[in-house]
Design a protein around this ligand. Structure first.
Ligand code: UDP
Length: 457
């Protein structure tokens, strides 16, 4: 397996915790232009609701940082409105191309496998207008795009790099009560993409192991690249964490002296916002005096199986008798989101499954510790006992205890806030882009060696 060290400081060779970074493969063999595929969700959509989440942020941030390394990126996504122009410049060196595939509106993610031929046709038509060799490499995101990537990369004679983002087998092994399992067709589709990709990107070592174990990926083709965080946007207030918290609270109209456990993300059973609400209800039953001193913001919109009951969480809050302390807010842009993180006492992420958990790192970067379920990538995103607390399982009583510890021990909270900022600083998008560029180079070198030796890739 290609191993990219876990925590690299921005602009440095590595931390004391990690082995020195391997010398990058010949940087002159980096691709000049990459076709990135994101069939089911556009990098231009607002994350935090529906199908738009961490993957959208990942694609935008990675593409911008690759462009800064002189690797142009063209992102193909399905057009969801007739009003969209054929292409939009997202940033210098990053173009979003809208591909007509199926009706603009009214298609769910589950309907998209039937539109993959149309999408592939749209991508190859866009390519036909270019000079030969326009793209040096295809990077697909999520299994639907992987299928388009398989065909286009083969047609263009270039390597395919694929990122799963989530895996059906892993999701199905960690379903929330009453959640709908991912269909067998997706597992089959994912297995085919894993077999076809020249390189598979895993967010963490754990995800790399899951690719090997569940999908029989070829060890040599799996590379670990940690996602990043925008450290310019997500940072503590210049006056320090405590002063910044006070200022953010007054900007958001939140009480200064309250315990504020924050939930941020798409509202669906997999993210388990219900566990936070149940934990708060338990906490208030045991310590009723806290009711005057707690506010629980829930920032995000319904998604996935949560779309079937968009009011489900509000109803749960009412049933638990805590509607007066919970504040539901629609998704917000990331500058505004940074203020929510700064205002919070602690971010709570009780997810059943999480490929990485960008919001955990974003919150820490703003100086807010995290209580997270010990699942998926969260043990990498959060340093247990240092920058936050990892909770095994989803028992609301455990989360209530963890929450009370934050309320009861301000000195510990302050220590964790400082440590959270330090921990988050080891995840930068520039570092992620450098590591990704190295994977691209490896894939290209491997291709050209294979071609010289007359081997299939
Ligand atoms: N997000 C946002 N506005 C919101 C809620 C979330 O921009 O109101 C972004 C958030 O900053 C993060 C992403 O959505 O970058 C969610 O990523 P995460 O990895 O936490 O979850 P995913 O959506 O991938 O399951």
């Amino acid at each position: 397996m290609s191993r990219y060290p876990a925590r690299l400081e921005e602009g440095h060779g590595g931390t004391l915790l990690d082995p020195p970074r391997p010398r990058p493969p010949d940087a002159r063999r980096r691709p000049r232009r990459v076709a990135m595929l994101s069939v089911h969700t556009s990098p231009l959509h607002q994350p935090g609701t529906g199908d738009a989440g961490g993957m959208n942020v990942y694609i935008v941030e990675l593409a911008k940082r690759l462009a800064a390394l002189d690797i142009e990126v063209e992102i193909f996504t399905r057009a969801t409105s007739a009003a969209l122009p054929p292409s939009v410049e997202l940033a210098p060196g990053v173009l979003v191309r809208h591909v007509a595939a199926g009706p603009y509106e009214g298609l769910a993610k589950e309907d998209l496998p039937a539109q993959l031929c149309a999408f592939t046709h749209g991508v190859t038509r866009a390519w036909a207008g270019q000079r030969p060799g326009h793209y040096d490499l295809v990077h697909s995101h999520y299994w639907l795009s992987g299928h388009v990537g398989r065909l286009t990369a083969e047609r263009w004679g270039v390597p395919l790099v694929h990122a799963m983002h989530t895996m059906a087998k892993v999701k199905n092994a960690n379903l929330a009560d009453g959640d709908t399992p991912e269909p067998a067709a997706r597992v089959l589709g994912e297995t085919q993409v894993v077999g076809a990709a020249d390189r598979l990107i895993a967010n963490t070592e754990k995800e790399a192991d899951e690719l090997l174990r569940h999908y029989r990926a070829d060890t040599d083709r799996v590379a670990v690249v940690h996602p990043g965080v925008d450290l310019e946007r997500f940072r503590p207030d210049a006056r320090g964490v405590a002063a910044g918290r006070a200022a953010a609270r007054s900007r958001l109209g939140l009480p200064q002296d309250a315990l504020i456990p924050l939930f941020v993300g798409r509202i669906q059973p997999l993210k388990a916002p219900d566990v936070l609400l149940r934990a708060v209800a338990l906490l208030l039953r045991e310590r009723p005096w806290l009711r005057e001193r707690i506010v629980v913001p829930v920032v995000g919109g319904p998604s996935g199986s949560g779309l079937a009951r968009p009011e489900g969480l509000q109803k749960l809050a009412a049933r638990l008798g805590i509607s007066d302390v919970v504040r539901f807010r629609p998704p917000v842009g990331q500058d505004r989101l940074a203020d929510w993180y700064r205002a919070a006492s602690v971010l709570v992420m009780p997810s059943h499954s999480e490929s990485f958990g960008l919001v955990a790192v974003e919150a820490q970067a703003c100086g807010t510790p995290v209580i997270a379920a010990e699942v998926g990538g969260l043990p990498v995103a959060v340093r247990d006992g240092v920058s936050g607390v990892l909770v095994p399982g989803h028992d609301p009583a455990d989360y209530a205890r963890a929450l009370y510890a934050f309320a009861a021990d301000p000195a510990r909270t302050a220590r964790m806030s400082e440590a959270a900022v330090r921990h988050a600083r080891s995840f930068g998008w520039a570092t992620a882009a450098e590591a990704m560029a190295d994977v691209y180079t490896e894939a290209l070198l491997h291709r050209s060696r294979g071609a010289r030796e007359g081997q299939p890739h």
